[in-house]
Structure formats: C-alpha cells, structure tokens
Design a protein around this ligand. Structure first.
Ligand code: PAF
Length: 287
C-alpha cells in the first residue's frame, strides 16, 4: 500500500489506474478505524479495482475546537488495517495541502444541510463536509465513493452535491455496523467510560421503540417520537432531536408515510452520538 500525502501524487496514482482501465473507489474517512470503516473498505474493494482511502481530520466541519482536538488520530494503526485489507493507497494530506493559504471556496447544499445535524452543529458543518468531499472527488476522480449509512444526512447531502454539480461519481451507502448490543460503531464511542457506554445503548433503544410503535400500527409521528424519547429517558438519556423524517428530503413525515427515516442525536457524557433507522412500512400495512 502506498501512503500519499500530496495531491499530485494521488493524481498520478489514479491516472495510472485509469490508463490501465481500472475502476477507482474512494473511501473518505477521518481515521480512527473501527469495523464500520472496515465495512466501507470491503465494499469498495469488492466493487472497484483500485481503492483509495483518504484519512483527513477536516477542521472545516468541526464547530467546536474541543471536538476537533479530541478527535482521535491513529494513522499508524489505521494504515496497518487498510494495508491488511488490500487497499492500494492511503491519502493522508496535511491541513495546508487541503486548505492552502488563500483558500476561499465553500460548497453548500441549502436546506438539506440546515436541518437536524446542520441545525445542531451549525450550517458550517455540512459546508465543511461538502467542501472537503468535493475536493476529494476532484483529486481522486473516483467512479464510486463509499459512505456509511449511520451518517444518513451526510449521504443525502453528498448525493445532492454530486447531482447538482454534475460530479461523475456514484455515491454508495454502506449499512451501519453495530456493536453486539446495538450501539452504532463510531470513532466517538472510544470517549465513553463504562457508565456512559452503557447509557449509549439508549439511542438504539429509542429507535427500536419507534419501530415497535409503528409496527403496532401507531401512525401519528408525534406519538411515535414520544415513544422513542420515553425509551431513551428510561436509560437516562435526553435526545437533542428524535424525529420521523422523509428519507429523501429529511422533512417531517405525515401520518400516512410509508417510507420513514427515524433519526436521533444525543449527548452521552463526553460524546455526541447519532443513529438512524430506515423503515419501509408497506409490508406492515398489508400484514
Ligand atoms: O464521515 C466522515 O468521516 C467525514 O464527514 C468525511 C466524509 C470523511 C468528510 O470529512
């Protein structure tokens, strides 16, 4: 595996792959690999001939300096994981390489980036994500880019950006990987002490309570949300948001909606965690 730090090196690497008729997959990451990242890399290695994994803790998408500072940086361990899986290149740029002096451009996607995570973390969050992902697409020119479904809003925002800007890349969403007790894998889970780690299962409990309410025939979104919030309260966690939204637009759903995305975010001790559950209610209605 090659570790590349300069944009020009990456361009040469993928140009050689393209000249050989090899498809290129990109897995954008901020490092601190866990099994969720491994699933992204597996998916990329299955679909594409050449896989580039980027590892860049992007300051532009962090609102709080403390969150950026606390973000784990484990390049050597990450490189070992990627190499063992068969990844061809790891792109590890510096902040100056990605944002050189005078950098002034920002990419935003409007309302889709302003709700839920955008509302909680500030509109700069998805502007930071879009700007860095747009740059990575321009640098790596991937045929397919792989993102985790855990960050459902990020997947939608990146798809919208790619569509609106006619970027010739397919956005593939890879299912969320969970711990045995249902907690979605996240680099932030490592910040949880034993008591908070226990409380963190509240997010999954809330989602499952919403699923149970919907499957029991409850169609009032407010009542379903209340069931989820109550389940979380039982575990001692109050969500920042818990909502039933349209899986394409993220707008609040109406009571008859058949496709629903249940989304949740909560602070648990030192970590801010998110999770979601996509549900197709049609089979339930006909049961
Ligand atoms: O999901 C992440 O790790 C980041 O938001 C991403 C897509 C790598 C952009 O910095």
């Amino acid at each position: 595996m090659r570790t590349l730090r300069a944009v020009d090196e990456v361009r040469e690497h993928v140009a050689a792959a393209g000249a050989a008729g090899r498809s290129v997959g990109l897995v954008p990451t901020m490092g601190a690999f866990h099994d969720g990242h491994v699933a992204l890399m597996h998916a990329a290695l299955e679909r594409c001939d050449e896989v580039v994994v980027s590892l860049f803790v992007n300051p532009a998408q962090f609102g709080e300096a403390a969150d950026l500072d606390a973000y784990p940086r484990t390049e050597a361990a990450d490189a070992a994981v990627a190499e063992a899986l068969g990844v061809g290149a790891l792109f590890v740029p510096s902040v100056a390489e990605m944002y050189p002096d005078g950098f002034a451009t920002t990419v935003t996607v409007g309302a889709l980036g302003e709700v839920l995570e955008g509302a909680q973390r500030g509109p700069g969050h998805f502007a930071g994500v879009c700007t860095v992902v747009c740059k990575l697409f321009a640098i790596v020119a991937p045929d397919v880019a792989f993102f985790g479904q855990k960050d459902a809003q990020q997947v939608l925002v990146v798809r919208r950006m790619a569509r609106d800007l006619n970027l010739p890349v397919e956005i593939a969403a890879v299912p969320t990987v969970r711990e045995a007790d249902g907690l979605a894998m996240s680099s932030r889970n490592g910040r949880l002490g034993p008591a908070d780690r226990e409380r963190a299962t509240a997010l999954r409990a809330g989602l499952e309570a919403a699923r149970a309410a919907l499957y029991a025939g409850e169609r009032d979104p407010r009542a379903v949300e209340a069931a989820g919030v109550a389940a979380m309260a039982g575990a001692g966690v109050t969500p920042e948001y818990f909502a039933l939204v349209d899986p394409d637009t993220l707008e609040p759903v109406h009571p008859g909606a058949q496709r629903v995305l249940v989304v949740v975010a909560a602070r648990v001790g030192p970590a801010r965690l998110i999770d979601n559950l996509p549900l197709d209610l049609e089979p339930v209605a006909t049961r």
